[in-house]
Design a protein around this ligand. Structure first.
Ligand code: SAM
Length: 102
């Protein structure tokens, strides 16, 4: 399952609307077999921190990164979306998170 550049809902009071929250993640977890991957891409630093915090608290997903390049460089099998191209053109960094379903 890919979640690529979801709207960040940047205001703290709107954080519950973000896709990376336990409600949507429970649905994604229910669809994935053990070892199946949930992949998240974002160029939003607030969303990046938020996602790491929410995902780190979950016991049903394991972050796959073993080296900084794993989340700083787009994996070869990861599609570049229109939004990502625009973000890169604007000089934004993009972060790539791969989580495996436990
Ligand atoms: C910045 S666009 C990215 C579009 C595309 N995935 C790409 O990378 O080119 C964000 C997309 O998230 C969708 N979206 C809708 N509801 C959302 C929600 N609750 N949380 C996150 N994203 C949402 C928007 O409709 C929009 O299409």
């Amino acid at each position: 399952v890919y979640l690529l550049h979801p709207d960040p809902w940047p205001k703290a009071r709107h954080a519950k609307r973000r896709m990376v929250n336990n409600g949507p993640l429970d649905l994604i977890a229910a669809k994935l077999k053990p070892g199946g991957e949930f992949r998240l891409g974002t160029d939003d630093p607030t969303y990046c921190r938020w996602a790491m915090m929410v995902m780190n608290a979950r016991r049903d997903f394991t972050w796959q990164a073993t080296h900084p390049r794993d989340f700083l460089e787009r994996p070869a099998d990861w599609p570049e979306t229109r939004y990502e191209r625009k973000a890169r053109r604007r000089g934004h960094e993009v972060w790539y998170f791969k989580y495996a379903r436990a």
